[in-house]
Design a protein around this ligand. Structure first.
Ligand SMILES: C[S@@+](CC[C@H](N)C(=O)[O-])C[C@H]1O[C@@H](n2cnc3c(N)ncnc32)[C@H](O)[C@@H]1O
Length: 544
């Protein structure tokens, strides 16, 4: 496929730091390696990357050839024990993975296949279970699963809550958070759902906000990614050519473009410009493209009186074409680009984007090469986690794991130290009186009593994340977790909110705790008191 590369990934972590405490990870459903590359850039060592798509695996291996185990296997038929024997490792620090998203995509809301009454069974929706099998076997400190936002709503949130409750049953504290690619420096509108699990014996909480990688500038516009690429016509371009250095020098005058080209795309490390080849379009399509202003979709143009030639029903296909703008984030780069590029018309040229342009908009460096076949390239680029996002995730995981000890120390040094129950009986004594007080009445409860109640919640429910207490949505009565609690007081278990796992009865208490936190009466270590959760877990392990 014309790829032959081997390189050291340019990490933003210093060599000294890397050697002293390099954390390792496994990437499941690795595709061509967007997640892998970003995690390596954040300083992690990849032990293995697995996918059943031959072209994707070959691409990853060719670009990141220092990774010893890039494995072409179907994860439904490749048990973790087999991987463990192959790599000679029983525990890993982190597992990341992006199971296929088609089963959750809101794009399929139209035919009802993913949502509502016409929901059809799609085996791809169950692939998260393969990831959890690996989590159960390797017991990583942290796992991160990436998916489309639709996972939260598909089948009324069924799968989103299943992932979380099944992970809690494996001994993980789980929460969901949404990453916004544009805020993290990727010139694209792309929002994705992360589900993050931290092993319950690990103190501290993985907090919601991801910070951009040091190499990124938030809200970088599309123009920065295309800056130095030579103009080509539809149907032209070659698989490999020289860069236009004069054009590059000109683009470098602009600070944000210079940053994106040098730090994110690492253009100086690529000897040749590759895959800058534009697909051909019919004359009719080209005439229709020419009718669009920069940043305009055919729907908007039609509202402004523009007439298009395309022969499809103008009411249901009105958004058929979109010309992107240099001065805004690009629309979400999707695998569908392999079929047509009509929603991705170049801002100033009369053609759709090339694979290299799509890869740049996904923050893949220019030295990363893609297969010769355009459809394969577009599909793996659109499927990928942008390396810049994966790097931000990796840096957040490193910082979370690095803070393990300092969190404990802060708690101990605090003057207003959290009280932690000695056992479940004491936890229930602290908590139960609060449950019969109405929301307004809870405002009168002393700080001392409320804090003890909150510590009791954390002690009793080691799998719940404090941030989840703000989630609402569907309510369930299926009992899964915490049998000891339910035997004393069933409402402590059910009903519970499906998305977060939080029992409904606890929520007024949580809301009052958050209200006082917002009013600065409580500080962060009291809300995120993982010592109470770890103590509860240890207590239950000893009692069992
Ligand atoms: C959303 S993509 C993952 C992209 C990847 N995380 C990245 O950053 O490049 C999903 C991947 O899952 C792979 N896949 C789907 N079912 C699989 C299975 N049963 N076993 C292994 N890989 C599978 C697909 O080939 C595809 O590459």
């Amino acid at each position: 496929m014309g790829i032959c590369m081997s390189r050291e990934v340019n990490s933003c972590v210093s060599d000294g730091d890397k050697q002293s405490k390099q954390l390792n990870f496994i990437d499941l459903f690795c595709g061509c390696g967007g997640f892998t590359l970003g995690m390596e850039r954040a300083g992690f060592k990849c032990l293995a990357a697995i996918d059943f798509n031959a072209e994707a695996v070959a691409t990853l291996q060719a670009n990141l050839s220092h990774i010893k185990h890039v494995i072409h296997r179907d994860l439904t038929a490749f048990p973790p024990v087999e991987l463990s024997e192959l790599i000679g490792v029983k525990h890993v620090d982190v597992i990341v993975g992006g199971p296929p998203c088609q089963g959750f995509s809101t794009a399929r809301q139209v035919d009802g296949a993913n949502h509502g009454k016409r929901l059809t069974d799609d085996p791809r929706r169950h692939l998260y279970q393969e990831l959890l099998k690996y989590v159960g076997f390797f017991t990583p400190k942290v796992f991160v699963m990436e998916n489309v936002l639709g996972i939260k709503t598909a089948a009324g949130g069924e799968y989103f809550s299943r992932v979380q409750s099944e992970a809690r049953a494996l001994g993980y504290r789980v929460h969901g958070q949404v990453e916004d690619a544009w805020e993290l420096g990727v010139p694209q509108k792309r929002r994705r759902q992360l589900i993050i699990g931290t092993r319950v014996d690990i103190p501290g909480y993985f907090l919601p906000t991801l910070k951009p990688s040091p190499r990124a500038i938030p809200r970088t516009q599309l123009g920065a990614a295309l800056g130095d690429l030579p103009a080509i016509r539809a149907g032209s371009g070659v698989d490999e050519c020289d860069y236009d250095h004069a054009l590059r020098a000109e683009s470098m005058l602009h600070k944000v473009t210079r940053n994106y080209l040098t730090k994110v795309l690492e253009v100086e490390q690529a000897a040749k410009l590759t895959k800058h080849v534009a697909r051909p379009h019919s004359d009719r399509d080209l005439r229709d493209f020419a009718r669009l202003n920069e940043g305009e979709s055919s729907a908007v143009a039609m509202r402004n009186g523009v007439e298009f030639e395309f022969p499809y029903d103008k009411s249901s296909f009105k958004d058929r074409y979109t010309r992107q703008s240099r001065f805004a984030p690009c629309s979400t780069i999707v695998a569908h680009l392999s079929k047509d590029g009509l929603m991705f018309i170049h801002p100033t040229q009369n053609r759709s984007l090339t694979p290299r342009e799509a890869a740049r908009i996904q923050s893949f460096p220019d030295w990363f090469r893609f297969p010769d076949a355009r459809t394969h390239s577009f599909r793996m680029i659109g499927n990928a986690v942008p390396p810049l996002i994966a790097e931000a995730v990796g840096l957040a995981v490193t910082s979370f794991l690095g803070e393990e000890n300092s969190v404990k120390k802060n708690d101990i040094e605090s003057e207003d130290m959290m009280q932690i129950p000695k056992n479940e009986i004491e936890a229930l004594e602290w908590l139960l009186p609060l449950l019969d007080i109405e929301s307004r009445g809870l405002r009168q409860v002393s700080n001392f009593k409320l804090k003890r109640g909150w510590a009791a919640i954390l002690f009793l429910y080691s799998g719940l994340h404090p941030d989840g207490s703000c989630e609402r949505g569907c309510i369930s009565n299926d009992v899964e977790d915490y049998p000891l609690v339910s035997s004393v007081e069933p409402r402590l278990l059910k009903p519970y909110y499906k998305l977060s796992g939080w029992p409904v009865v606890l929520v007024p208490v949580a809301e009052e705790v958050w209200r006082r936190f917002d009013g600065k009466e409580y500080c962060e270590h009291e809300i995120y008191c993982s010592d109470a959760q770890v103590a509860g877990m240890n207590y239950r392990t000893c009692a069992a």
